[in-house]
Design a protein around this ligand. Structure first.
Ligand code: BGC
Length: 382
């Protein structure tokens, strides 16, 4: 079958002929792959800066943002049935009996680093005609979401972040207690029933992770601003407005002008992977605010940061900073629920995020050079 693979030692990537995977256990599921998204991680793997083939293999089949359809199931499979659309999770647990997160099904918090990630770390990915995996990693997608299902995985990054935000901000009389993660965008209602103040979020970056993060924040009622370069006269600014958020053009709004535009910033959701900008924006975080890192910056020259000012601010304003990677089943389920809600509320938004689809024969071209637009997907099956 056709698959797209990276050969790190040979510094090349190409369409290859790969052995067809077969069901190996009664809990295995065989998928026909439909769409596989391309993200910054895939580009890093194709720049040979990241990613590791499975042990004993000279190549890594790429692809971790995916959507497939169930072709065959093992005798004991109960989670999915033939014909279901499914989005597989990315990370697989390590084997260490003492890794509490992996043993609890929370390999997104694997404590040993010996996890594998399909299409990234020591496990083949989904950019192939067919794949086989254990049913426990499958998430069923409603058929109505088939055209945009490839956005589930990048949205899980925001979902896991917002779940942690809800948990962390239970330290405050903010919200969460009044309705859980769904209500974190709003303070509790006043005694007379009028709604509380919307919490304010600034998203840094208007790529797929930033736009999907802004969408997840809007669905929870946050007053949301997306801060990015190149937004002037860009269709992304219209998408940001369509979801009720505000685009902020970095070229004309310096970082220190942000709070005068937004008011006190409760949350920063960093999705640009640009560390100098991130630490600049951190200086603008408001009282009791939380700053969430999701981007993985490339290694550049060191950036000077005024650490005294930052430390003083973090203490005196009760601030919280956390990083988040990968996602567990809850985040996949929340992403599917949010895509359903977004489709109902803004029917044109999600299709507009997938700006290009190419056949697997053209994957090499789109990975060899940066592409314009928002999300490029490799469409493998119809
Ligand atoms: C993927 C995550 C993965 C991370 C680090 C991201 O692109 O979405 O699932 O954990 O890369 O490898």
């Amino acid at each position: 079958m056709k698959a797209f693979a990276v050969f790190p030692a040979q510094r090349r990537f190409d369409l290859i002929n790969h052995p067809e995977p077969a069901l190996a256990s009664p809990h295995d599921v065989q998928l026909r792959m439909l769409d596989v998204g391309i993200c910054g991680t895939d580009r890093e793997i194709c720049a040979f800066d990241y990613g590791t083939p499975p042990d004993g293999s000279d190549h890594l089949v790429l692809g971790h943002e995916s959507l497939g359809q169930v072709l065959a199931v093992g005798a004991e499979v109960t989670r999915v049935k033939v014909g279901d659309f499914v989005v597989p999770m990315v990370r697989r647990p390590c084997a260490d009996p003492d890794c509490a997160p992996c043993r609890a099904g929370r390999q997104d918090f694997c404590a040993t680093g010996a996890y594998t990630e399909r299409g990234i770390m020591r496990a083949h990915g989904f950019m192939a005609e067919r794949v086989v995996d254990h049913e426990q990693y499958m998430n069923v997608l409603p058929a109505a979401l088939r055209p945009v299902g490839v956005l589930v995985e990048p949205l899980t990054i925001a979902e896991k972040a917002l779940q942690q935000l809800a948990q962390a901000q239970e330290r405050l009389p903010w919200q969460a207690r009044h309705g859980g993660a769904a209500a974190i965008g709003q303070e509790p209602a006043h005694a007379d029933g009028t709604p509380g103040r919307a919490h304010r979020a600034v998203v840094i970056g208007a790529g797929p992770v930033g736009l999907l993060g802004a969408m997840a924040l809007r669905l929870r009622g946050f007053d949301t601003y997306v801060y990015s370069r190149s937004l002037a006269n860009d269709p992304r600014a219209d998408l940001i407005r369509a979801m009720g958020a505000t685009p902020v053009i970095a070229e004309t709004t310096p970082v220190d002008a942000l709070p005068s535009l937004t008011g006190g910033i409760d949350v920063v959701y960093e999705a640009a992977g640009a560390s100098a900008l991130a630490f600049d924006v951190m200086r603008q975080l408001g009282i009791n605010g939380a700053f969430i890192f999701t981007g993985v910056p490339g290694r550049k020259a060191p950036v000077p940061v005024d650490t005294d000012a930052l430390m003083r601010q973090m203490v005196l304003r009760n601030q919280l900073v956390f990083g988040t990677v990968n996602a567990n089943r809850d985040a996949f389920e929340a992403a599917i629920a949010d895509l359903t809600a977004a489709q109902a509320r803004w029917p044109d938004l999600l299709p507009a995020l997938i700006t290009r689809r190419v056949p697997i024969e053209q994957a090499k071209d789109v990975l060899a050079a940066p592409t314009a637009g928002i999300k490029t997907a490799v469409s493998i099956g119809a």
